[in-house]
Design a protein around this ligand. Structure first.
Ligand SMILES: [Zn+2]
Length: 275
């Protein structure tokens, strides 16, 4: 995506990436989306909760809106408390629990500040930490009708057991969180599911009609073709024919990780998370 339609709101880099779809870059750490229909809107993920996300959303729309989470990781649910409630897969409720999020918060903030590309240190609200929010469960094929466009929930476990994607059938867009990103798909952490389950979810997705994938981090959008590479990549890992290389993700997890690449698909995993 080039640098057109860019604006800065509360320090966040906000870009209109399609008609009535804004990508809200949380200072280089993650990407939040605002999807607007005729009657209501949806906020997809809330980032880490570093800044005034609610103000950003309410600058961009006057419509009522729902908050939807692609999964329960801190960098996707950390801002939920600003909104009071959010939809999330029940399987990720535990990992999005306030106590759990708070326990990792200080370390996460210090680590994120040192990441190359992070520009938000001055925008992190003093004393901010994850707070309580009401967790509303998502079900497979649940539809959020925004008026003139809708978002359908599809379960894609792998990165976490409760990972989901949101499909905008009319516009052929998929909002994928960390289930499809241009960097390695991470399936090695204590709370990850398995590469096998991930492959099954991708095969189900591949049957759906969409063209563009809006991921939870980095480059966006991504063409649907990456699914084929990711499916082959995952299948080879499950069959045992993948030849992975060790990769250092010690800044993210104490679990070891191995990287296998196939075409544009990259999966970081370990033996505990294959089947
Ligand atoms: Zn994640």
């Amino acid at each position: 995506m080039d640098n057109i339609n860019l604006q800065r709101i509360e320090g966040y880099t906000v870009q209109l990436v399609a008609e009535d779809v804004w990508a809200i870059d949380e200072f280089g750490a993650d990407i939040i989306y605002l999807v607007k229909g005729e009657k209501s809107a949806a906020v997809i993920d809330t980032g880490s909760g570093f800044g005034n996300l609610k103000k950003v959303i309410e600058t961009l729309t006057d419509l009522p809106y729902v908050v939807l989470n692609t999964h329960g990781h801190l960098d996707h649910v950390g801002g939920n408390h600003e909104f009071g409630k959010a939809y999330l897969s029940e399987k990720d409720f535990k990992m999005a629990d306030t106590e759990k999020l708070r326990s990792g918060w200080k370390h996460y903030v210090e680590k994120t500040k040192k990441e190359p590309g992070f520009y938000g240190t001055e925008y992190i609200i003093e004393g901010r930490e994850p707070g309580d929010f009401q967790m509303l469960p998502l079900s497979e094929h649940q539809i959020f009708d925004l008026g003139g466009r809708s978002l359908e929930v599809l379960f894609t476990p792998g990165h976490t057991p409760g990972s989901v994607v949101f499909l905008d059938r009319k516009n052929k867009f998929l909002f994928a969180g960390d289930s499809v990103v241009s960097t390695p798909i991470l399936i090695f952490d204590t709370y990850s599911s398995t590469v096998k389950e991930y492959a099954e979810g991708l095969k189900k997705l591949d049957k759906e009609d969409f063209e563009l994938i809006f991921p939870g981090h980095f480059l966006r959008p991504i063409g649907k073709a990456i699914l084929h590479d990711l499916i082959t990549c995952a299948d080879k890992i499950v069959e045992g024919t993948a030849k992975p290389e060790p990769i250092d993700f010690s800044h993210m997890s104490s679990e070891p990780a191995f990287l296998f690449k196939y075409g544009k698909g990259n999966i970081a995993y370990n033996d505990k998370h294959i089947c």
